[in-house]
Design a protein around this ligand. Structure first.
Ligand SMILES: [Fe+2]
Length: 555
């Protein structure tokens, strides 16, 4: 019997170490998969852990001059700015809706260049990288030696084709006394719920960096007319009209999303720092446990495929490259002495949702102190990072609502078991760690819930008079939830039930946050509709947080 077949019963968590070990062995051996789950599953996993071979054993190389259709249909992106570096990304896909992107299983040489000006007359670095078929012909150049706190322009070339140009920006030097940084927070972009109009507007905003807080894509079926988009000018292939499960499914889904011109425009305009939530894999999964009654080992195969496709399609550095069903996505970025960003992953290591998930009355199960949202290693990493921080603003881009959120203003309230409310001990350890570290100006950035919220974070959420220890900005969705409404049906209930909630708006859009040495300003930007293209953007509300005096005040 294989290690996997000997694994513990579904629902227990001990199996995953064995499966991971098996996954790594498969990846190393690449052939011994007899008896391992189904043949399809084994093949999917083997592919998911298969790295490009070196030298003569690798895939043959394609003469890029023979690429007869534009391979840059998915646009360009950049990400994870450092003081001397930014990661440049593209993926070659002449046919973005096809599993192989329309390319043979051969390597392709791709050149890149980065310049100080958008006409590329002052090129500061250039180079060449290999696009491997094993990685879906994704391309990444980790450009080093750049000046800090500068805007750059970049592009790629394959054969006779040149990509669109992207604009990006390096972070300020480590000790720099940067006076201002503007970021955008975005999340939740269900293609089938509407147009990415918010991204078209975001592309025109003056921001230094965009944080994507998860649900970059959704696993659900997309109809031939693109759901709520009601396309009249294109018919999507039938393979989109089913849930994503395999690596090919996820790759094709990224092809669909990245083919959206507004999303491409936002990536081309600004560097992105991405983290995922659940839908890049499956709705409301928790660690190695799926949403539905699928055997956990089968779910980990799906997770491996989803993580692999995520890595292929995002501007992430090599340390984020997954191994089978594991991927180190949490990481830290610093922008001078102004801001430290601790980007979390609250999906991969979390305990199972209490009380079967959903909105539930809290109790001993959800309040079990052994439950964790981050896993022990990530929690330690976060608290240690705060101890070492000398930043004015300590920002935590992450996925699910951090503040207490009661659904009704009575004692019979329920809480969302998928949010931090379902993991209160974990939240309290984080808040206590922030206090013990003496960090300045905690700000949590959140996605997931398809509405905009502004929260004061309380030392004790049960006591409205307790100290405010930070703020939380919940970016609404780009498109998920369709058009939305300024005042959703539960607006009065939530506002009354949560006195620390300073803002609630149910429309689509994004949040802009400008961090300064004296204060932070947040603008909630909303679009009037997403089921029709071209809606204008407005500022629904603006808030200020004074450095050293936590809490949101209307600007
Ligand atoms: Fe979402």
């Amino acid at each position: 019997m294989t290690a996997v077949q000997m694994s513990s019963t579904p629902g227990q968590r001990g199996h995953s170490a064995e499966l991971r070990a098996a996954a790594r062995r498969l990846g190393a051996a690449g052939v011994d998969r007899r008896g391992f789950l189904t043949v399809t599953g084994a093949a999917a996993l083997a592919f998911a852990v298969n790295l490009p071979s070196a030298g003569v054993a690798g895939a043959a190389e394609l003469d890029a001059r023979k690429i007869t259709e534009d391979p840059f249909t998915l646009g360009v992106a950049s990400g994870d700015p450092l003081p001397d570096s930014v990661l440049l990304w593209t993926r070659l896909a002449p046919r973005p809706y096809e599993a192989d992107g329309g390319l043979p299983a051969t390597r392709v040489q791709v050149r890149w260049e980065i310049a100080r000006d958008e006409r590329f007359t002052r090129v500061v670095r250039r180079g060449s990288v290999t696009a491997h078929p094993e990685f879906g012909h994704s391309v990444r150049a980790d450009v080093r030696g750049l000046d800090s706190d500068r805007t750059f322009y970049y592009r790629f070339r394959a054969g006779n084709w040149t990509s669109p140009a992207g604009r990006t920006r390096t972070a300020p030097a480590r000790g720099a006394r940067t006076s201002s940084l503007t970021l955008a927070a975005v999340s939740c972009q269900a293609y089938h719920d509407g147009y990415f109009t918010a991204y078209r507007h975001l592309a025109a905003e003056d921001v230094d960096v965009v944080f994507h807080l998860g649900d970059y894509l959704y696993e659900y079926a997309v109809t031939a007319t693109g759901g709520a988009r009601n396309h009249t000018d294109l018919v999507l292939p039938a393979h989109y009209n089913r849930e994503t499960v395999t690596l090919e499914d996820y790759r094709m889904r990224y092809g669909l999303y990245k083919s959206d011109p507004d999303l491409r425009a936002a990536h081309a305009a600004h560097p992105f720092v991405v983290t995922w939530d659940d839908h890049e894999t499956e709705n409301n999964y928790a660690g190695g446990l799926p949403e539905n009654s699928v055997p956990p080992e089968e779910f980990l195969l799906r997770r491996a495929a989803a993580y692999r496709a995520y890595w292929e399609n995002q501007p992430l550095r090599t340390p984020q490259r997954p191994t089978g069903p594991d991927m180190r996505l949490y990481r830290r970025l610093q922008f001078g002495r102004l801001a430290q960003f601790d980007i979390l992953d609250t999906r991969q290591y979390r305990s199972d949702q209490a009380y079967g998930d959903g909105w539930r009355v809290p109790g001993p199960e959800s309040e079990d102190p052994s439950r964790t949202m981050t896993g022990a290693a990530q929690e330690r990493w976060l608290l240690d990072g705060w101890k070492a921080s000398d930043a004015r603003w300590n920002v935590v881009p992450q996925q699910v609502t951090f503040a207490r959120r009661r659904n009704v203003p009575t004692d019979a309230y329920k809480l969302s078991m998928d949010s931090w409310d379902g993991y209160p001990a974990s939240r309290q350890r984080i808040l206590a760690g922030a206090e013990a570290a003496g960090i300045d100006n905690l700000m949590v950035l959140t996605g997931d819930v398809h509405v905009g919220y502004g929260f004061d974070l309380k030392k004790d959420f049960d006591d409205p008079a307790s100290r405010t220890v930070g703020t939380e900005i919940v970016a609404t969705s780009i498109s998920s939830g369709k058009d939305g409404a300024q005042k959703p049906a539960n607006w009065n209930n939530l506002t009354q039930a949560n006195p620390h909630m300073k803002f609630y708006d149910g429309r689509r859009g994004y949040a802009l946050v400008t961090l300064g040495t004296e204060r932070a300003r947040t603008d909630f930007r909303t679009v009037s509709a997403v089921t029709t293209p071209g809606a204008p953007v407005t500022t629904a509300a603006s808030f200020v947080t004074e450095a050293g005096n936590q809490g949101l005040t209307p600007a």
